[in-house]
Design a protein around this ligand. Sequence first.
Ligand SMILES: [Zn+2]
Length: 101
Amino acid sequence: MTEAQGFWSVDLHEGAPSFFVCMACLNEVFWAKVPMPACPTCQEVSTYEAFTLDSIQDWGTEELIRKAQTASEEIPTLSPTEETTPAIVSTTSEDLSSKQP
Ligand SMILES: [Zn+2]
C-alpha cells in the first residue's frame, strides 16, 4: 500500500537555517518542513537538522545539493533585506510629473 507522503511544517526563525536534512541517509532535504512519518528515501523515522543552502552546497553530495536547490524553489519570497527590494510603484508616473513644481 502506498500512503501519501506527509510533512510537518517547521516554524522558521529569522536568520536560522531552513533546509532540513535527513540525518539517517543525508540524502533528503526539505525546505521548512520534514517528512512524516518517515523519510521517503530511507524509510527511517529520522532526525532532521537544519542547514543553510550554502552549507549544504559545502558538504552535500551532488544529489543532495540538487534536491536542496529544488526545495529552495518552494521558498515564496527571497527577501533577506527588504531595503534592496523597493516597493514597485504602479503606474502613477503621470501623477508624479504633475506634482513637480
Ligand atoms: Zn533518510
